[in-house]
Design a protein around this ligand. Structure first.
Ligand code: NAD
Length: 485
């Protein structure tokens, strides 16, 4: 094992789990065992929640301007350690070093946003009646939990950690059990930045731990990011325990390409969107809808896809099971009559024969109803559907159950606005293949890509991580008696 066993992080200390269930942490790059992670149980969670409750009593009373000082220092630590953090992400997740570095850069941006929260959360005040003023203030919710997926071991935890903590909550993070190493580094750097013990805790585990988190009476609010199937289960279970919850699910993102699109930019963007992070992004392009004659652009997309080489500028997928599943989707489409223009099956990377690689794949002549169109593949696979006009394209986009992102490639402002107005997705791109809103805008999809109200990041997160107190005051007796008295 390259790294020591993963530990939980509770009350400022790295501690072993009380259970002895463990899981090997395998690098998808070459199949080596990196470490072992504990699959913690309810007793570990009880301990973490008790410590987070104690810490909340003090942390929630620290003025926010003081709380964010920790995050100014933490941001500097992320910058100082960016190379080592990126290498670790790449090892445990399989993405390329550059993709991992971009993830840390985004984590830095998310931390910067949290540092600006004191300028954004001032409450309101108004004289609502003679001599009577009403003011509002935002208060932390309490102990919150953040359950995260495998595909961004740093960025997705940073969607929640800086904002939730800067706003005065204390947290239990449940990393994905397949990529638990980065969370330990995050905990260590937060401690180094001066975050008091108990404010941030990490409990490692799998499904049973998530269920215990949903049920735990000491956890007030829960955020989840992962697949739609699990998002639904977690959202319903947390709500049944009267918790505030926001659960982000999977995606099936459509890129609509019009014949007037800039060919080289479109082709490069589409190929990058479908293959970045080996297609394991909830914002990845999955279906390209070619409107009218886009033959030349499709040719260029294939040429761009062929420049993406597994093991060089394309990382691995997360596991052998994921590789098999993705390749089965491609074979099924082929058997149903689709044409494979670029085939990423059966890739072996020299020197990394035990790694889990799938090459970029472009499938043409796909029709609605095929499983490559209906299901989230989560691999570097682009399916092309051809239609005659934008309304047909929109009908396909709108009929898919997800709603994370939709994008259009065109030179026409009118066509772009028509798509933006009519696509049923939370995030829209115009000549942008991965339309992730940057801070202070909020990240969040629609439909089966998100359950709950509001978004998880940016300004919208303020409402999620806080509750509003309204204080009505009368100081002067001369104001007299009215119906408010
Ligand atoms: P996943 O749903 O399998 O796991 C997510 C988390 O839930 C993990 O921490 C895991 O331990 C836990 N979990 C797994 N099965 C569970 C169960 N049955 N009950 C309770 N908890 C369970 O997702 P993943 O494979 O880690 O991540 C990939 C998925 O996440 C994709 O569907 C992707 O689109 C989605 N994702 C969505 C967004 C978004 O913003 N909408 C962002 C990133 C990833």
């Amino acid at each position: 094992m390259k790294y020591p066993e993963v530990r939980n992080y509770i009350n400022g200390e790295f501690v072993p789990s009380i259970t002895n269930r463990t899981l090997d942490v395998i690098s998808p790059i070459d199949g080596t065992i990196l470490s072992k992670t504990p699959l913690s149980g309810p007793l570990d969670l009880d301990d973490a929640v008790a410590k987070a409750q104690q810490a909340f009593l003090i942390w929630s009373k620290v003025p926010i301007k003081e709380r964010v000082q920790v995050f100014y220092r933490y941001k500097a630590l992320l910058e100082k350690n960016i190379t080592a953090l990126s290498e670790l992400i790449s090892e445990e997740n399989g993405k390329t070093f550059d993709e991992a570095k971009a993830e840390i850069e985004k984590s830095i941006e998310l931390t910067e946003f949290a540092c600006s929260l004191p300028q954004m959360i001032g409450g309101e005040i108004l004289e609502v009646s003679r001599g009577v003023e009403c003011r509002s203030e935002v208060c932390p919710v309490g102990v919150v939990a953040s359950i995260v997926p495998f595909n961004f071991p740093s960025m997705v935890p940073h969607w929640t950690i800086p904002n939730a903590l800067a706003l005065g909550n204390t947290m239990i993070l449940k990393p994905s059990e397949v990529v638990p190493l980065s969370a330990m580094r995050i905990a260590g750097l937060l401690r180094e930045a001066g975050l008091p013990a108990g404010v941030f805790n990490v409990v490692n585990g799998d499904r049973s731990l998530v269920e215990a988190i949903c049920d735990h009476p000491g956890i007030d609010t829960l955020s989840f990011v992962g697949s739609t199937k699990v998002a639904k289960i977690v959202y319903a279970r947390a709500a049944s325990k009267f918790k505030r919850a926001l659960a982000l699910g999977g995606a099936k993102n459509h890129l609509v390409v019009l014949p007037d699109a800039n060919p080289s930019m479109t082709a490069a963007n589409v190929a990058a969107s479908m293959s970045g992070c080996a297609g394991q992004r909830c914002m990845a392009a999955s279906v390209m809808i070619a409107v009218g004659d886009c033959e030349a652009i499709i040719g260029l997309v294939c040429a761009e896809a062929k420049k993406i080489i597994p093991g060089k500028n394309l990382g691995s997928v997360i596991s052998g099971a994921a590789k098999e599943r993705i390749e089965n989707f491609i074979t099924e489409a082929e058997n149903q009559g689709a044409r494979i223009l670029v085939d990423g099956r059966n890739v072996i990377v020299e020197g990394k024969e035990n790694g889990f690689y799938v090459g970029p794949t472009v499938i043409d002549q796909v029709s609605p109803g095929m499983s490559v169109v209906n299901e989230e593949i989560f691999g570097p696979v682009l399916s092309i559907i051809r239609v005659n006009n934008l309304d047909e394209a929109l009908a396909i986009e709108n009929s898919n159950p997800y709603g994370n992102a939709a994008a259009i490639y065109t030179q026409s402002g009118g066509m772009a606005k028509y798509l933006a107005d009519n696509a049923s997705a939370g995030m829209i791109g115009v000549n942008i293949g991965v339309p992730v809103p940057r801070e202070p805008f909020s990240f969040g999809g629609w439909n089966d890509s998100k359950f709950g109200v509001g978004d998880l990041t940016g300004k919208s997160s303020i409402h999620f991580w806080t509750k509003l107190k309204k204080i009505t005051t009368k100081w002067n007796p001369e104001a007299g008696i009215n119906w408010m008295s």
